[in-house]
Design a protein around this ligand. Structure first.
Ligand code: PMP
Length: 408
């Protein structure tokens, strides 16, 4: 059982040296966004300092270098997801845009009255609202898989809800609000048995466990750069080649065409370029590639094991706090600890613990339906990354005890 060298990992993150309110920063808001290693920050200096150029269309050296680095990232992402081909990797602005792409392209071409899309009660708003908007327009029905008292998807209810009318199942791999890891491979099997496709929102899985889209059987898989040690402004949609090929373009513009004409119908580029209209976030894409390499250098297996120790340590630590209730007690959980405390508002806890240098998130975590089914409108959430330490968890737990004492 090899252990992650957290001292070495931390040296890569300049931000971890800063202080907040005169205290060393303890950053436990990784489910919202992770911090960025210097190797990724350096990509921006290198790109804008040496080879900033628009990609694909240039025939000069800088454009060639930028294109090679950009397309190189597509291969890095393919390998990260174990996709079969690089043309199955579409760059987007993030998970949200990836899901909106599927909704607006695949959805508009395939959904209508009588059809059903199945999502779950624990989805992030970005995997709810696009489907609600589209259902209102196209007249299909949106159905919702319920969650049990542990924050686990009710698989029996899933099998009851799915039918020959179901065209798409759209679920997250890991819940950002509770950390529940969903059995997406099994859910994909059930979806396929009923002739439905499955879209997996992997925003919270990509940073924490190794992903194999073919082993899962995912038809679509989405994640965001900024949660996996990369920059904001970039994300990924994986789609099976035959699906992407059959899908109409969503956004039109430069880069996504073969031939534009007023006399004959405009024709579109091959995948993935058909779905990448306009100049993409070039530096960000290249930096995402570097981030995924960094993750590979550390090793996702070590990261998974390390974070699960941190979660266990934190769970044991807060257990002694009177009136504290953990939301999300699934046996299979990623490094997310969501909780409420009797007599202390989540917001007040968040503000006061920040004074001690500890960054946690408070609120609904863009998962209002999930929280409302637990009778709360906000929780405190501590979420872990590779650079967090058991000592930081101790600072958090001691801080929480102090803060709760002050509020009661
Ligand atoms: N899905 C999940 C599970 C998430 O945690 C998030 C980010 N909180 C998103 C989707 C949306 O990601 P982004 O804002 O990067 O598009």
């Amino acid at each position: 059982d090899l252990l992650l060298d957290v001292v070495r990992v931390r040296r890569d993150f300049p931000i971890l040296d800063r202080e907040v309110h005169g205290k060393p920063l303890v950053y436990l808001d990784n489910a919202a966004t992770s911090q960025t290693p210097r190797q990724v920050i350096e990509v921006f200096d290198d790109y804008y300092g040496r080879y900033n150029a628009n990609i694909h269309r240039g025939l000069h050296t800088l454009a060639d270098e930028a294109t090679a680095a950009f397309e190189g990232t597509r291969e890095t992402v393919r390998s990260f997801l174990n996709a079969a081909e690089t043309r199955e990797i579409v760059f987007t602005r993030g998970t949200t845009e990836a899901i909106n792409l599927v909704a607006n392209s695949w959805g508009r071409a395939n959904l209508g009255p009588g059809d059903e899309v199945l999502i779950s009660r624990m989805e992030h708003h970005s995997n709810i609202v696009p489907w609600q908007l589209l259902a209102g327009e196209l007249g299909f029905t949106l159905k919702v898989i319920p969650v049990d008292e542990r924050g686990v998807l009710d698989q029996a209810a899933y099998r009851d809800l799915i039918s020959e009318r179901t065209r798409l199942v759209a679920v997250n791999h890991v819940s950002n609000a509770f950390g529940t890891i969903n059995p997406v491979a099994e859910m994909a099997r059930v979806a396929h048995e009923h002739g439905a496709l499955i879209l997996v929102d992997g925003a919270q899985a990509a940073p924490h466990q190794s992903i194999d889209v073919r082993e899962i059987g995912a038809d679509f898989y989405a994640f965001s750069g900024h949660k996996v040690y990369g920059p904001t402004g970039v994300g990924v949609l994986y789609g099976r080649a035959e699906l992407l090929e059959a899908m109409p373009p969503w956004q039109g513009g430069g880069e996504m065409i073969k031939m534009v004409s007023f006399e004959t119908p405009t024709t579109f580029a091959d995948i993935p370029h058909k779905f990448e209209a306009g100049t993409p976030a070039i530096a960000e894409v290249i930096a995402l590639g570097r981030a995924l390499q960094w993750v590979g250098e550390i090793g996702l297996e070590l990261i998974t094991a390390w974070e699960s120790r941190l979660l266990q340590h934190a769970t044991e630590g807060v257990a002694g706090i009177d009136g504290l209730r953990i939301l999300g007690t699934a046996p299979d959980k990623a490094g997310v600890l969501s909780f409420v405390v009797d007599g202390a508002h989540a917001q007040d806890i968040g503000l006061l613990i920040d004074q001690l240098g500890v960054a946690i998130r408070t609120g609904h975590h863009c998962a209002q339906p999930l929280l409302s089914s637990f009778g709360v409108d906000a929780t405190c959430r501590a979420s872990f990354a590779a650079y967090n330490t058991p000592e930081e968890v101790d600072v958090f737990v001691e801080g929480l005890e102090r803060v709760v004492g002050m509020l009661r």
